[in-house]
Design a protein. Structure first.
Length: 331
Protein backbone atom coordinates (compact mmCIF):
# COMPACT_ATOMS: atom_id res chain seq x y z
CA UNK A 1 0.00 0.00 0.00
CA UNK A 2 1.38 3.42 -0.98
CA UNK A 3 2.31 5.67 1.93
CA UNK A 4 -0.11 8.48 2.64
CA UNK A 5 1.28 12.00 2.30
CA UNK A 6 0.79 14.20 5.37
CA UNK A 7 1.51 17.83 6.30
CA UNK A 8 1.90 19.42 9.74
CA UNK A 9 0.68 23.01 10.00
CA UNK A 10 1.83 25.09 12.97
CA UNK A 11 5.09 24.52 14.85
CA UNK A 12 4.38 26.37 18.07
CA UNK A 13 3.86 24.72 21.46
CA UNK A 14 2.14 21.50 20.35
CA UNK A 15 2.83 21.30 16.62
CA UNK A 16 6.34 19.76 16.88
CA UNK A 17 4.94 16.85 18.93
CA UNK A 18 2.29 16.29 16.29
CA UNK A 19 4.87 16.47 13.47
CA UNK A 20 7.11 13.95 15.25
CA UNK A 21 4.32 11.41 15.57
CA UNK A 22 3.15 11.88 12.01
CA UNK A 23 6.72 11.40 10.80
CA UNK A 24 7.03 8.11 12.70
CA UNK A 25 3.74 6.59 11.52
CA UNK A 26 4.09 3.39 9.54
CA UNK A 27 2.36 3.72 6.19
CA UNK A 28 2.57 7.51 6.10
CA UNK A 29 5.08 10.15 5.11
CA UNK A 30 5.45 13.64 6.54
CA UNK A 31 6.04 15.51 3.30
CA UNK A 32 5.40 19.11 4.44
CA UNK A 33 5.78 21.26 7.54
CA UNK A 34 4.28 24.74 7.48
CA UNK A 35 4.62 27.75 9.77
CA UNK A 36 4.73 31.53 9.30
CA UNK A 37 7.86 31.74 11.45
CA UNK A 38 10.91 31.06 9.27
CA UNK A 39 13.05 30.47 12.37
CA UNK A 40 10.81 27.61 13.44
CA UNK A 41 10.84 26.19 9.94
CA UNK A 42 14.62 26.22 9.88
CA UNK A 43 14.83 24.58 13.30
CA UNK A 44 12.36 21.78 12.61
CA UNK A 45 13.36 21.44 8.99
CA UNK A 46 16.72 20.18 10.27
CA UNK A 47 14.88 17.63 12.38
CA UNK A 48 12.90 16.38 9.37
CA UNK A 49 15.46 16.61 6.54
CA UNK A 50 13.29 14.74 4.01
CA UNK A 51 10.32 17.08 4.56
CA UNK A 52 9.57 20.19 2.52
CA UNK A 53 9.08 23.47 4.38
CA UNK A 54 6.91 26.48 3.60
CA UNK A 55 5.44 29.60 5.16
CA UNK A 56 2.48 29.44 2.72
CA UNK A 57 -0.48 27.28 3.64
CA UNK A 58 -1.54 27.58 0.00
CA UNK A 59 1.48 25.50 -1.06
CA UNK A 60 -0.06 22.54 0.72
CA UNK A 61 -3.46 23.02 -0.88
CA UNK A 62 -1.89 23.21 -4.33
CA UNK A 63 0.02 19.93 -3.88
CA UNK A 64 -2.17 17.32 -5.57
CA UNK A 65 -0.12 14.50 -4.05
CA UNK A 66 -0.83 15.61 -0.48
CA UNK A 67 -3.53 13.52 1.21
CA UNK A 68 -4.08 15.22 4.56
CA UNK A 69 -3.15 18.17 6.76
CA UNK A 70 -2.80 18.23 10.53
CA UNK A 71 -3.48 21.71 11.97
CA UNK A 72 -1.99 22.86 15.29
CA UNK A 73 -2.34 26.62 14.95
CA UNK A 74 -4.03 29.19 17.25
CA UNK A 75 -7.67 28.36 17.94
CA UNK A 76 -9.00 31.41 16.09
CA UNK A 77 -7.54 30.02 12.84
CA UNK A 78 -8.90 26.46 13.12
CA UNK A 79 -12.14 26.97 11.23
CA UNK A 80 -10.75 28.86 8.26
CA UNK A 81 -7.70 26.62 7.74
CA UNK A 82 -9.77 23.44 8.09
CA UNK A 83 -12.38 24.81 5.70
CA UNK A 84 -9.78 25.73 3.05
CA UNK A 85 -8.19 22.30 3.32
CA UNK A 86 -11.51 20.49 2.96
CA UNK A 87 -12.42 22.64 -0.04
CA UNK A 88 -9.07 21.66 -1.59
CA UNK A 89 -9.93 17.98 -1.15
CA UNK A 90 -7.60 17.30 1.78
CA UNK A 91 -8.44 15.19 4.81
CA UNK A 92 -8.13 17.22 8.02
CA UNK A 93 -6.93 16.68 11.55
CA UNK A 94 -7.32 19.86 13.62
CA UNK A 95 -6.46 20.44 17.24
CA UNK A 96 -9.34 21.12 19.61
CA UNK A 97 -11.67 22.87 19.47
CA UNK A 98 -12.93 22.48 15.91
CA UNK A 99 -14.11 26.08 15.83
CA UNK A 100 -15.18 28.89 18.13
CA UNK A 101 -18.89 28.23 17.60
CA UNK A 102 -21.06 25.16 17.09
CA UNK A 103 -22.47 26.67 13.89
CA UNK A 104 -18.99 26.90 12.34
CA UNK A 105 -18.07 23.43 13.59
CA UNK A 106 -21.24 22.02 12.03
CA UNK A 107 -20.34 23.75 8.78
CA UNK A 108 -17.02 21.88 8.74
CA UNK A 109 -18.79 18.57 9.42
CA UNK A 110 -21.26 19.19 6.60
CA UNK A 111 -18.43 20.05 4.22
CA UNK A 112 -16.49 16.91 5.15
CA UNK A 113 -19.62 14.78 4.67
CA UNK A 114 -20.37 16.37 1.32
CA UNK A 115 -16.85 15.65 0.05
CA UNK A 116 -16.44 12.25 1.76
CA UNK A 117 -13.35 13.47 3.64
CA UNK A 118 -12.00 12.68 7.09
CA UNK A 119 -12.45 15.43 9.67
CA UNK A 120 -11.00 14.68 13.10
CA UNK A 121 -10.57 17.09 16.03
CA UNK A 122 -7.61 16.53 18.34
CA UNK A 123 -9.25 15.66 21.66
CA UNK A 124 -6.11 14.01 23.01
CA UNK A 125 -7.46 12.72 26.33
CA UNK A 126 -9.93 10.45 24.56
CA UNK A 127 -6.89 8.43 23.48
CA UNK A 128 -5.28 8.29 26.90
CA UNK A 129 -5.19 4.67 28.14
CA UNK A 130 -6.31 5.92 31.56
CA UNK A 131 -9.49 7.43 30.11
CA UNK A 132 -10.00 4.26 28.05
CA UNK A 133 -9.84 2.28 31.31
CA UNK A 134 -12.40 4.58 32.96
CA UNK A 135 -14.77 4.04 30.04
CA UNK A 136 -14.26 0.26 30.23
CA UNK A 137 -15.07 0.28 33.96
CA UNK A 138 -18.29 2.18 33.29
CA UNK A 139 -19.40 0.18 30.26
CA UNK A 140 -18.71 -3.16 31.96
CA UNK A 141 -20.96 -2.20 34.87
CA UNK A 142 -18.17 -2.55 37.43
CA UNK A 143 -18.84 0.94 38.79
CA UNK A 144 -22.59 0.42 38.66
CA UNK A 145 -25.00 3.21 37.77
CA UNK A 146 -23.18 6.49 37.22
CA UNK A 147 -24.03 9.16 39.78
CA UNK A 148 -21.65 12.00 38.97
CA UNK A 149 -18.27 12.97 37.47
CA UNK A 150 -15.97 15.84 38.29
CA UNK A 151 -12.71 17.09 36.85
CA UNK A 152 -9.89 19.21 38.25
CA UNK A 153 -7.60 20.84 35.70
CA UNK A 154 -5.62 23.50 37.51
CA UNK A 155 -2.04 24.78 37.58
CA UNK A 156 0.01 27.91 38.25
CA UNK A 157 0.71 29.47 34.78
CA UNK A 158 0.51 29.52 31.69
CA UNK A 159 -1.55 32.73 31.86
CA UNK A 160 -3.50 33.56 28.70
CA UNK A 161 -4.75 36.88 27.40
CA UNK A 162 -6.65 35.72 24.31
CA UNK A 163 -8.83 32.94 25.79
CA UNK A 164 -10.24 32.21 29.22
CA UNK A 165 -9.74 29.12 31.37
CA UNK A 166 -12.98 27.61 30.04
CA UNK A 167 -11.86 27.51 26.40
CA UNK A 168 -8.18 26.95 27.12
CA UNK A 169 -8.56 24.15 29.66
CA UNK A 170 -12.20 23.10 29.65
CA UNK A 171 -12.26 21.44 26.24
CA UNK A 172 -9.97 18.69 27.60
CA UNK A 173 -12.13 17.63 30.52
CA UNK A 174 -15.39 18.35 28.77
CA UNK A 175 -14.55 15.95 25.95
CA UNK A 176 -13.87 13.23 28.54
CA UNK A 177 -17.07 13.92 30.50
CA UNK A 178 -19.27 13.77 27.38
CA UNK A 179 -17.45 10.57 26.35
CA UNK A 180 -17.99 8.91 29.73
CA UNK A 181 -21.63 9.95 30.07
CA UNK A 182 -22.42 9.29 26.40
CA UNK A 183 -24.74 12.26 26.06
CA UNK A 184 -24.92 16.05 25.90
CA UNK A 185 -26.01 18.03 28.97
CA UNK A 186 -29.52 19.36 29.33
CA UNK A 187 -28.39 22.08 31.73
CA UNK A 188 -25.15 24.09 31.83
CA UNK A 189 -24.00 26.80 34.18
CA UNK A 190 -20.64 28.41 34.86
CA UNK A 191 -19.16 31.02 37.15
CA UNK A 192 -15.71 32.53 36.87
CA UNK A 193 -13.54 35.46 37.86
CA UNK A 194 -11.09 37.64 35.90
CA UNK A 195 -8.38 38.61 38.36
CA UNK A 196 -5.49 39.42 36.01
CA UNK A 197 -6.97 40.51 32.67
CA UNK A 198 -10.44 42.06 32.37
CA UNK A 199 -12.91 39.75 30.65
CA UNK A 200 -10.55 36.76 30.67
CA UNK A 201 -11.56 34.38 33.46
CA UNK A 202 -8.56 32.91 35.31
CA UNK A 203 -10.73 30.46 37.22
CA UNK A 204 -14.00 28.85 36.13
CA UNK A 205 -16.37 26.49 37.91
CA UNK A 206 -18.83 24.61 35.68
CA UNK A 207 -21.92 22.54 36.45
CA UNK A 208 -23.55 20.17 33.98
CA UNK A 209 -26.71 18.11 34.35
CA UNK A 210 -27.59 15.37 31.86
CA UNK A 211 -31.01 14.01 30.83
CA UNK A 212 -30.21 10.75 32.68
CA UNK A 213 -29.81 12.64 35.96
CA UNK A 214 -26.02 12.33 35.95
CA UNK A 215 -24.29 15.55 36.99
CA UNK A 216 -20.75 16.78 36.37
CA UNK A 217 -18.49 19.54 37.60
CA UNK A 218 -15.28 21.11 36.29
CA UNK A 219 -12.76 23.26 38.16
CA UNK A 220 -10.49 25.05 35.69
CA UNK A 221 -7.72 27.52 36.49
CA UNK A 222 -4.16 28.60 35.72
CA UNK A 223 -4.08 30.51 39.01
CA UNK A 224 -3.80 27.69 41.52
CA UNK A 225 -1.00 26.40 43.79
CA UNK A 226 -1.63 22.79 42.74
CA UNK A 227 -1.04 21.08 39.43
CA UNK A 228 -3.93 18.69 39.01
CA UNK A 229 -5.12 16.67 36.04
CA UNK A 230 -7.73 14.48 37.67
CA UNK A 231 -11.11 12.98 36.79
CA UNK A 232 -13.26 11.32 39.45
CA UNK A 233 -16.18 9.01 38.60
CA UNK A 234 -18.71 8.00 41.24
CA UNK A 235 -21.07 5.08 40.68
CA UNK A 236 -23.52 3.28 42.94
CA UNK A 237 -21.20 0.24 43.23
CA UNK A 238 -17.67 1.61 43.02
CA UNK A 239 -15.74 4.82 42.44
CA UNK A 240 -12.71 5.45 40.21
CA UNK A 241 -10.11 8.19 39.79
CA UNK A 242 -7.97 8.93 36.75
CA UNK A 243 -4.95 11.00 37.80
CA UNK A 244 -2.65 11.95 34.94
CA UNK A 245 -0.09 13.42 37.35
CA UNK A 246 0.58 10.00 38.86
CA UNK A 247 3.54 8.36 37.08
CA UNK A 248 2.39 4.79 37.80
CA UNK A 249 -1.05 4.84 39.42
CA UNK A 250 -3.03 6.37 36.58
CA UNK A 251 -6.36 4.78 37.58
CA UNK A 252 -7.47 3.79 41.07
CA UNK A 253 -10.71 1.91 41.79
CA UNK A 254 -12.34 2.23 45.21
CA UNK A 255 -14.79 -0.47 46.29
CA UNK A 256 -16.91 2.03 48.17
CA UNK A 257 -20.65 2.46 48.00
CA UNK A 258 -23.73 3.35 50.05
CA UNK A 259 -25.65 0.40 51.49
CA UNK A 260 -29.41 0.04 51.40
CA UNK A 261 -31.09 1.51 54.49
CA UNK A 262 -31.35 -1.01 57.32
CA UNK A 263 -34.95 -2.00 58.00
CA UNK A 264 -34.60 -1.34 61.70
CA UNK A 265 -33.62 2.33 61.64
CA UNK A 266 -33.69 3.36 57.99
CA UNK A 267 -30.33 5.14 57.89
CA UNK A 268 -27.93 4.81 54.98
CA UNK A 269 -24.75 2.91 55.70
CA UNK A 270 -21.44 3.13 53.84
CA UNK A 271 -19.33 0.20 52.72
CA UNK A 272 -15.57 0.42 52.10
CA UNK A 273 -13.79 -2.50 50.49
CA UNK A 274 -10.55 -2.95 48.60
CA UNK A 275 -8.65 -0.31 46.70
CA UNK A 276 -7.30 -1.64 43.41
CA UNK A 277 -4.99 -0.31 40.71
CA UNK A 278 -5.85 -1.81 37.30
CA UNK A 279 -3.15 -2.19 34.70
CA UNK A 280 -3.09 0.75 32.29
CA UNK A 281 -1.02 0.69 29.11
CA UNK A 282 1.85 3.15 28.86
CA UNK A 283 1.22 4.07 25.22
CA UNK A 284 1.65 7.71 24.20
CA UNK A 285 -1.85 9.17 23.74
CA UNK A 286 -0.73 11.35 20.82
CA UNK A 287 0.67 8.33 19.01
CA UNK A 288 -2.64 6.50 19.46
CA UNK A 289 -4.52 9.56 18.24
CA UNK A 290 -2.36 9.85 15.11
CA UNK A 291 -2.72 6.13 14.43
CA UNK A 292 -6.50 6.52 14.60
CA UNK A 293 -6.34 9.38 12.12
CA UNK A 294 -4.28 7.23 9.77
CA UNK A 295 -6.78 4.37 10.13
CA UNK A 296 -9.60 6.74 9.18
CA UNK A 297 -7.64 7.82 6.11
CA UNK A 298 -7.43 4.16 5.11
CA UNK A 299 -11.21 3.84 5.32
CA UNK A 300 -11.46 2.17 8.72
CA UNK A 301 -14.27 3.48 10.91
CA UNK A 302 -16.58 6.50 10.81
CA UNK A 303 -14.77 9.31 9.00
CA UNK A 304 -16.55 12.11 10.83
CA UNK A 305 -17.80 10.43 14.02
CA UNK A 306 -15.07 12.13 16.05
CA UNK A 307 -15.99 15.46 14.43
CA UNK A 308 -19.63 15.07 15.49
CA UNK A 309 -18.42 14.49 19.05
CA UNK A 310 -16.23 17.57 18.65
CA UNK A 311 -19.27 19.65 17.69
CA UNK A 312 -20.96 18.54 20.93
CA UNK A 313 -17.95 19.79 22.88
CA UNK A 314 -18.06 23.18 21.15
CA UNK A 315 -21.83 23.43 21.62
CA UNK A 316 -21.46 22.79 25.37
CA UNK A 317 -18.55 25.26 25.62
CA UNK A 318 -20.78 27.88 24.00
CA UNK A 319 -23.54 27.26 26.52
CA UNK A 320 -21.09 27.50 29.41
CA UNK A 321 -19.62 30.70 27.96
CA UNK A 322 -23.11 32.21 27.71
CA UNK A 323 -23.68 31.34 31.35
CA UNK A 324 -20.35 32.95 32.28
CA UNK A 325 -21.32 36.15 30.50
CA UNK A 326 -24.74 36.28 32.15
CA UNK A 327 -23.13 35.91 35.57
CA UNK A 328 -20.56 38.57 34.68
CA UNK A 329 -23.34 41.05 33.81
CA UNK A 330 -25.04 40.49 37.16
CA UNK A 331 -21.99 41.57 39.13
Amino acid sequence: MEALSLAAVGLGYWGPNLARNLDELEGASLTWICDRDEGRLERYGARFPDTRTTTRFEDLLEDDSLDAVAIATPVVTHFELAREALLAGKHVFVEKPLALSAALAEELVALAEERALVLMPGHLLLYHPGVTKLKELLDSGELGRLFYVYGNRVNFGKIRRDENALWSLGAHDLSVILHLVGDEPAECSARGESFLNPGVEDVVFCYLRFPSGVVAHMHLSWLDPHKMRRMTVVGDRKMAVFDDMEPERKVTVYDQRPQEPAETWGEWQTRSGDISIPKVANDEPLRLECEHFLALLRGEGDRIGAARDGVAVVRTLEQLQSSLERERERV
